[in-house]
Structure formats: structure tokens, C-alpha cells
Design a protein around this ligand. Structure first.
Ligand SMILES: [Zn+2]
Length: 438
């Protein structure tokens, strides 16, 4: 995720307009007060593992979901296949209380299972104790009106928007709350499925962009289509996303230093097709920059995708959300795209197992913008960028607390505080290390 403040050189006039309070501080104070008003609720990701979830290792998720744009509703089935690590009587998944569970079944037999909702969790009673080494598959049928993101991507859920021509433009985001906002899952950053399938049904002429590779597009009765996306690499649950619109696909190919030809697709609104095409050379240049500095693009056997979304941005794996409106940073590049792409390495390839280490995603990600500025404009520009980052460091708390931390606390602080030190102080840790060890 990227906070809503992009440090870069500002004109005197702009600084005057901002006064003494940076815009991001106002934004974060506002968000903190919103969070305080809603209370903690079940919508956190990570935190201490309960024994029933520590006893399983997720092998795969298979999500079949129909999206009803006019009703702002979803209906579907999630099948989780897990390896049992310790004797298990109750299988537990997280799911937001806004959604209803229709039933749970043991797979592949389809035997109905008794379940209970306890706050943000589904407790499924298994017909017998499953022992270490066994494989368990459970399907959960669910649906309803998912939480609407009030201020995405800083708070998650569905965003139901419209294109300039009035057609549905829909996207998911759930970094702070976890994917249980829209599908049942083990909502822990420490456990990624090895693979995942998403079979998403939408009315024509909408297109579903998602993670991994597109296997099939099936025509269904009543002018609907099902898009089957297959994810062939481990994926963190907040990195799973769908973006739905009457997209046009702007395509290119990236020649990786790994030797592969990687398909690159920008899913753009029809009205922005030209702008997406114009940005493509820079997208390829960003990929080159990251490969030269950090190694081959991690998902070369899939694709690199960008989906135009009705919110700023998010590092969804192989399909970053892009809503920056093709604007330019004062250093004359698209920093939003650059930042989100950095997370394909720091966030998606390497994912912290506990949210307490989130500064590794955001701090390294933010530092790579300064490195790109240095490559394009020289050392003075790099130092200027680092100074701008430094101005925003609040130093109110440790950026890497040693105790287990949940997603909200790491972004907002234990008292709902507001600072962005995991970004900018994190970047300064890298700057310091570069000075110390070269
Ligand atoms: Zn970020």
C-alpha cells in the first residue's frame, strides 16, 4: 500500500498551501478517528495464531464467486485444502461478519458439516479428528453484501464505482483487514497457499482481471461470463484481488534477465487506453530497474499486470492496482506505479510472516523510489529525495516492534496514532546501511 503523500520537491506556493501540517498527517488523523469510532471489531489481519489455525498449513484455495454489480452483492464457494500439522477437531476460517455462511461441506464427498459463527470466524466441526500428515478439504458456501470500502485502499472491502460511461467499475482491497473481508481464509500473513484458483462470474461486457494467468473465459446463460484465473505461486491473502470493468487490455512483453518473455498487460478503462499505452514504456523501464537491482521479476511464469482501479494503489500480486491518474512525480516519473511494483519483490516474493516486520515491505519499497530518482537524475536528486523523506519521520514508536503485531497496529499505532515511519524511517534504515556497508 502507499500512503497518500508523495514526497517530492514542492513549489513554495504549494508548501504555503500545506502550511505546517503535511497533508498526510491530516489524512492519517482522520483515518485514526474513523478507526476509533468503529472500534477494533474482527477486522484485523494476523496477530496471535489460535491453536486450530496453527494446526493447519494451507495448500490451496479455490474461490468460485459471482459478482452482482447492481445489487452490490457476491455469492460463492471457497474450498480450502490444508495439510494437518497437529490433531484437529475443528477447522477454523476467518470471514467478515457482514457475509453469511450458507453451509460447509467436507470435500470431495460433499458431506454437510456443522458450523458456528463466532465473531469474525467460522468454526467447522469435523466428522472425526484429523491427524498430522493428513490432507483436509472443506468447502464453505457464503454470500451477501460485502463491506464497502469507505476510503480505499486505507480501509478495505469492495469499491463499487462507475466508469465515465456509467458501467460498473469494481475492485477489492483488503491490506489492513485481510482477505476475510470478501472470502473465507486463514487470515494470517504467515500462511500462504501454494496455489490458488479464482473463478469469477460477472455480467457481460465486464472483464475480470485477477492474479496469475487467465485459463479460460466461459460464456454462461443470461449474458454472463466466468473468468478462471490460476495462481501458480504462493500468494499472501491481501495480495489476492479482482478488478472488474469493461477493460481494454494494453499488452506488451518484457524480456526478463531470467531469460523469459513475460507478458505485461495493462487493464485500462476504454477512455484511458491511449494513456495506458503511453505509460507502457515506463512500466517496462521500471521492471528493468527492479531486475537490475534486485533480481528477476518473481512471477515470470505468470504475468505482470496493472489494473486501473477507482482507488490509489495496492500491491496485488501480478496485478497491481493503479489509480494515480497517469500523473507525474516532480522527479518526472510515475512514483505510484514504481512503488507498487517494488512490492512484487518486497511484499509478494518476500512476505513478512508477522505484521511487525511490515517496514521491510514499505521501507524498502519506498527506498527504491529514491534509487530510481538517483539513476535518472543523479546523486543530488537522490539526496534531495531522502531529505524529503526525513522530514516526515515522526519517531513516535519502534517501526519493528518485537512482539506479534496485527495489521492495524502496524499502520496506525497501538493507540490509533498516525505516522508513516514504516515507509520513511524504513527507507532511512536502508540509506544508513548503504552509508555503513556500501
Ligand atoms: Zn507500499
Amino acid at each position: 500500500m502507499r500512503i497518500g503523500y508523495a514526497p517530492g520537491p514542492r513549489s513554495g506556493k504549494e508548501q504555503l498551501r500545506m502550511g505546517r501540517t503535511p497533508r498526510f498527517t491530516i489524512l492519517w488523523l482522520l483515518l485514526a478517528s474513523l478507526l476509533a469510532a468503529q472500534g477494533e471489531g474482527p477486522n484485523i489481519s494476523g496477530g496471535p495464531l489460535i491453536p486450530e489455525q496453527a494446526a493447519v498449513d494451507v495448500a490451496s484455495y479455490d474461490l468460485s464467486l459471482e459478482v452482482f454489480p447492481t445489487e452490490h452483492r457476491i455469492e460463492g464457494t471457497l474450498t480450502a485444502t490444508v495439510r494437518i500439522l497437529a490433531p484437529l477437531k475443528d477447522f477454523v476460517l476467518d470471514l467478515d461478519t457482514a457475509l453469511q455462511v450458507r453451509g460447509a461441506r467436507l470435500m470431495p464427498s460433499g458431506q454437510a458439516l456443522h458450523f458456528q459463527r463466532k465473531k469474525g470466524r467460522i468454526w467447522v466441526r469435523l466428522p472425526r479428528v484429523f491427524d498430522e500428515g493428513e490432507i483436509l478439504a472443506v468447502a464453505v458456501d457464503y454470500g451477501g453484501m460485502p463491506r464497502v470500502a469507505r476510503r480505499p485502499p486505507w480501509d478495505g472491502g469492495f469499491t463499487w464505482s462507475k466508469t465515465p460511461k456509467g458501467l460498473p467499475w469494481i475492485a477489492t482491497s483488503c491490506q489492513g483487514e485481510g482477505a476475510d473481508l470478501w472470502w473465507p481464509c486463514k487470515d494470517q500473513p504467515s500462511d500462504e497457499p501454494d496455489i490458488m484458483d479464482l473463478r469469477i462470474i460477472v455480467p457481460q461486457p465486464l472483464v475480470v482481471a485477477s492474479n496469475g494467468t487467465l485459463r479460460t473465459v466461459k460464456n454462461l446463460p443470461n449474458k454472463r461470463r466466468q473468468f478462471h484465473w490460476h495462481v501458480a505461486n504462493p500468494i499472501n491473502n491481501y495480495g489476492v484481488a479482482i478488478a472488474v470493468a469493461p477493460y481494454v487490455e494494453v499488452k506488451d512483453v518484457f524480456s526478463s534477465i531470467g531469460g523469459e518473455k513475460v507478458p505485461v498487460t495493462f487493464f485500462a478503462l476504454p477512455s484511458d487506453e491511449k494513456k495506458a499505452r503511453a505509460l507502457m514504456p515506463e512500466i517496462l523501464d521500471h521492471l528493468r530497474f527492479f531486475e537490475e537491482n534486485f533480481g528477476p521479476y518473481p512471477f515470470r511464469n505468470e504475468k505482470y499486470g496493472v489494473a486501473e482501479t477507482p482507488f490509489l494503489g495496492m500491491e496485488h500480486q501480478t496485478l497491481i492496482a493503479y489509480g494515480y491518474g497517469f500523473r507525474r512525480d516532480p522527479f518526472d516519473y510515475d512514483w505510484l506505479h514504481h512503488h507498487e511494483l517494488s512490492h512484487e519483490w518486497f511484499g509478494n516474493l518476500i512476505t513478512c510472516p508477522d505484521w511487525r516486520d511490515m517496514w521491510l515491505h514499505e521501507g524498502i519499497g519506498t527506498y527504491t523510489q529514491a534509487l530510481y530518482v538517483e539513476e535518472k537524475h543523479g546523486l543530488d536528486a537522490y539526496l534531495k529525495q531522502m531529505k524529503l523523506y526525513r522530514r516526515t519521520i515522526a519517531n513516535r514508536r519502534a517501526i519493528a516492534p518485537r512482539r506479534t503485531t496485527d495489521s492495524k497496529e502496524i499502520y496506525f499505532g497501538p493507540e490509533g496514532g498516525s505516522d508513516a515511519d514504516i515507509y520513511y524511517k524504513g527507507a532511512w534504515v536502508l540509506h544508513t546501511l548503504r552509508f555503513l556497508i556500501g
